[in-house]
Design a protein around this ligand. Structure first.
Ligand code: ADP
Ligand code: ZN
Length: 574
């Protein structure tokens, strides 16, 4: 608030100075001096109008007439004979600095004035923004966020699990350094907006009981080179002074967007800021309990310099919540609100597919506001309904409920196909999670298929991997017909082709081609034959186990995501 006021005062004074400057400038040139050509001047002089001429060695000479008070200017012919000529015409002639000065005054001074003003304004802005950065840090430093812990973060269980050790590390850095363990200095949380990345970072600080310093990448990237870098250094200085701390940088892409993704030609300010950040991070000694957490909506746009070891080398996805997650988040935010008993939270969670945590929080908050406005005793279904449509309207997903349902079905069968084939063909793989909630990588859903950690894969194992990849498309075909398959399989097909290419040319596993070196064309034909044979196998597998596929898809439509245990149960019951 205070900084906003400062900014306004700053802006008003700049405007006032600029106005005054313009007035002075135009007063000088516009009213008091008039330019005439040298030829005109000579005519006026011969005509006896000119009373006085001031000669100089500048670009201009000045003269006065009998008729007016106006100071005239004309080009200096730099003719040594001019003075005598004028004197012979009976015109008073003076020479001197006075004239040179006034030429200087009228041409150079305004420019100098504007330059000075420009410098002044820049300094002023730099100073106030420097102050902003400071005051921001000061408040953040004061704010020891013990008020937020992991229990405030509903769902996001995998993410919570993957940062457990970080909390312990901040608390007892020595414990890890004695073992020579290198803990991450930086963690990146990536996922759609409003999924609780900031909340999670705060919770880490809260769990560890250390101060939380929050800023945003966009605060660093200013118009003026050097400001961002100095703010970064300032921030780290504060954190170091606090001893142990969590530094949070939202919108890290503002600083660390990869050079490849647009903004070619470089941006000095951003580069300097990024370099300052990397330098500060590598300046930590490992015994310091300082962890930098950055958040972004998209990991793939980040400069890879940020992701190297010793920098942000741990990346944690924080995705949209599934049904269970949404139920938890709703419950968390319903705690302090008088919700009517008639509201079915399970049902509400079901209706809020693709809602982020922030949208869910917003939903209950809007409903509470509606109830307060209406003076209702509690928050009823009507208030929730109104709030629901307000929020849907504000999101891009509006009017999509019909399409959404169809997409969900396709995704459920597609992912079900992957899971089914993997479970039947490669039981040694673990399918840790299968979901129809879109991932940040753009897929409509996904099936986490982890191959066992081993040195060699047999020929049949590779073929099975390919079948599992193609089973998504095969399930779509078996369910919706060959004409209705979707683009959702493009990534699968790409990966399947990569495996087959290696299978044929690198591993020499193709029986017809054997170990022979193939021409490009032959290799292409060979791969094509294998892929289509394996696709047929995938299709047969899906069709032979269609009932199981349907059960998996149904369960997915119901719960949106299944863990391995649930998946195994469905397959076992077939
Ligand atoms: P992000 O940083 O990912 O954009 P935030 O952490 O700012 O998201 O989330 C905004 C708000 O949404 C939080 O303050 C919280 O009220 C709510 N929220 C988001 N995710 C969750 C969650 N998993 N559990 C509880 N509340 C959440
Ligand atoms: Zn797929």
């Amino acid at each position: 608030m205070k900084s906003k006021k400062n900014k306004i005062i700053c802006l008003i004074s700049i405007a006032a100075i600029a106005l005054t400057a313009f007035f002075i400038y135009f007063n000088n040139t516009g009213e008091d001096t008039a330019f005439v050509s040298y030829a005109e001047f000579m005519v006026m002089a011969e005509d006896g109008q000119v009373s006085h001429v001031v000669l100089s060695d500048g670009a201009m000479i000045q003269f006065y007439t009998y008729a007016s008070d106006v100071t005239y200017e004309t080009s200096n012919p730099r003719n040594p004979a001019l003075k005598e000529q004028l004197l012979l015409m009976g015109i008073e002639v003076s020479e001197g600095t006075g004239f040179a000065m006034s030429g200087l005054l009228s041409s150079v001074l305004p420019i100098a004035f504007f330059v000075m003003m420009f410098i002044f304004v820049i300094r002023m802005i730099a100073r106030t923004s420097g102050k902003n950065a400071m005051s921001l840090n000061v408040t953040a430093a004061d704010e020891i966020s013990v008020d937020v812990g992991f229990n405030h973060v509903a769902g996001n269980d995998e993410a919570k699990e993957s940062v457990q050790d970080v909390v312990d590390f901040i608390k007892n850095p020595e414990k890890y350094t004695t073992y020579g363990a290198r803990m991450p200095r930086g963690i990146i949380f990536y996922g759609p907006p409003g999924t609780g990345k900031t909340l999670m970072a705060r919770a880490i600080a809260g769990e560890a009981g250390v101060p939380f310093f929050a800023t945003s990448g966009s605060d660093f990237v200013q118009m003026y080179v050097g400001v961002g870098a100095s703010r970064v250094r300032e921030l780290f200085k504060k954190a170091r002074a606090a001893g142990r701390a969590v530094i949070f940088i939202d919108e890290i892409d503002a600083v660390g967007k990869s050079r490849a993704s647009g903004n070619m030609g470089g941006n000095d300010e951003r580069d300097q800021t990024l370099n300052a950040l990397l330098a500060e991070m590598s300046g930590f000694s490992s015994g310091e309990g300082i962890v930098v957490i950055a958040a972004t909506n998209r990991l793939d746009t980040l400069d890879e310099a940020l992701l190297r070891p010793g920098r942000f080398d741990r990346q944690v996805e924080i995705g949209l919540p599934d049904l269970a997650g949404r139920k938890n988040i709703l419950a968390t935010h319903a705690k302090n609100k008088p919700l009517a008993h008639s509201i079915d939270m399970e049902e509400l969670a079901r209706q809020t597919v693709y809602f982020s945590g922030a949208m869910l929080e917003n939903l209950l908050n809007e409903a509470a506001i509606n109830a307060a406005k209406a003076g209702a005793a509690e928050i009823g279904p009507k208030e929730i309904d109104t709030a629901y449509y307000t929020i849907i309207a504000g999101s891009e997903k509006k009017d999509r409920s019909a399409i959404k349902e169809k997409e969900r079905r396709i995704t459920a069968y597609h992912e079900g196909g992957h899971a089914l084939a993997t479970k039947l063909l490669s039981p040694e793989h673990s399918v840790s999670k299968i979901t129809i909630i879109p991932s940040t990588k753009g897929a409509a859903g996904f099936c986490v298929n982890l191959p066992p950690d081993k040195m060699y894969f047999t020929k049949r194992e590779l073929e099975n991997q390919v079948i599992s990849l193609l089973a998504g498309r095969a399930a779509e075909e078996a369910t919706f017909g060959a004409d209705n398959v979707t683009t959702g399989a493009s990534n699968d097909i790409e990966r399947a082709n990569r495996i087959i290419k290696d299978y044929v040319s690198k591993y020499g596993m193709s029986t017809s081609a054997g170990l022979a070196e193939l021409s490009d064309e032959d290799r292409y034909k060979e791969c094509q034959a294998h892929i289509s044979k394996l696709y047929d196998e995938a299709l047969a597998l899906v069709k032979n186990n269609f009932h199981t596929l349907e059960n998996i898809a149904q369960a997915l439509l119901e719960k949106e995501s299944l863990c391995e245990r649930e998946l195994d149960a469905i397959i076992a019951s077939a």
